[in-house]
Design a protein around this ligand. Sequence first.
Ligand code: ATP
Ligand code: MG
Length: 401
Amino acid sequence: MRIERPRGTRDFLPDEMERRRAIENLMRRIAESFGYREVATPTFEHLELFTLKSGEGIVEEIYAFKDKSGRDLALRPELTAPVMRMFVNECSVMPRPLRFYYFANCFRYERPQKGRYREFWQFGVELIGSDRPESDAEVIYLAYKILKALRVRFTLHVGHVGLLRSVLRDVGEKDRAMRLIDKKDWKGLEELLKAEGKQHLLDVVLQLSEAESVEEAREIYPDFDYSHVERVAEILESLGVEFRLDFGIARGLDYYTGVVFEMYAEGLGAQKQVCGGGSYRLAKLFGGEDVPSTGFAIGFDRVAEVCEVEVERPKVAIVVGFGDHKRAMKVAEIIREAGVAAVVDVMGRNVKKQLSFANSINADYAVFAGEEFDRGVVTVKDLRSGEQREVKVQELNELFG
Ligand code: ATP
Ligand code: MG
């Protein structure tokens, strides 16, 4: 019986994995160059961790289940809440600010479609301990630098959720309104506002989401302190970052409190958001002090779809045995020590078939493990150039170096 993989999940073959690792390594390198260090949290958490801020409604959208003792658990839909839980439990006395990054799989019970999976990967960071514009700017710049290095063509939008929250402050269903704005569901928003007798706010929201500068926004809605977002914009400009101010960004998850940003990539169709982030306060909700943080999450699978990265394929040598498997294995060990992958025959093939297999897997070398090995030499054929010569075993190092 053939068993299919579950809906919304993916398999990755070696070529794709090599490409994904190359992308991942570049992301790690850049985050580390800013002083961020990797953390990891469990794949599942207490369901409460995710309902505490987002409400029971989120249960519909995630993989929630009871374990054998009846505890309510959930596969993580994202990593900001888990990392902040870890911070409160384990890191609250560490010197601040803390700079953490993660690369991990996340699970959401969403309708599968192109760019939207039920298991997907996020690369993200959390900068914990500051609510100053400098830290918002650093986190935005880091995300920007990663996508630039991967040659993704994207636009960066920067806003502040405080503005929309202030506009909607007297609306009862504020969180639902923010979610409708996030999905640009203007019809739904109109109905919600009408039901509360506040339809005049629709125009304010629409105008703000079209404003492209602080001056414009200030004219539409003067009753807000724009200085923080202005300072972030100033820093980004000084770094040569291209971005657009966008006060219509609401973000789906409702834990953001300050500056928010999103990046949209070309070439992805409807699911084009490749990064989302902003500043928030979750530590207190999880039982810690009220420590401010800023973070982002990059949608790794969507980025992998459109980015350009150089994949360095490790060199591979086929050890051609002549019926003496033990000798072939000895030669293979020496090649591995020299830093090249060595593959020995396990199919009982003759020399011709071993060579044709070497060709079919695109090996770089064929190393013949003949009787001459007992004299300390092997014959090496460079399968790219066709050049073949005898090499002293001690010199394999230099040859492959
Ligand atoms: P979207 O707006 O696409 O629904 P989101 O705003 O809920 O995503 P975040 O929670 O901010 O997403 O997650 C950060 C990034 O993770 C997104 O920008 C997106 O690139 C990626 N992402 C989110 N959900 C999925 C999914 N189901 N499959 C693949 N990537 C996803
Ligand atoms: Mg979104």
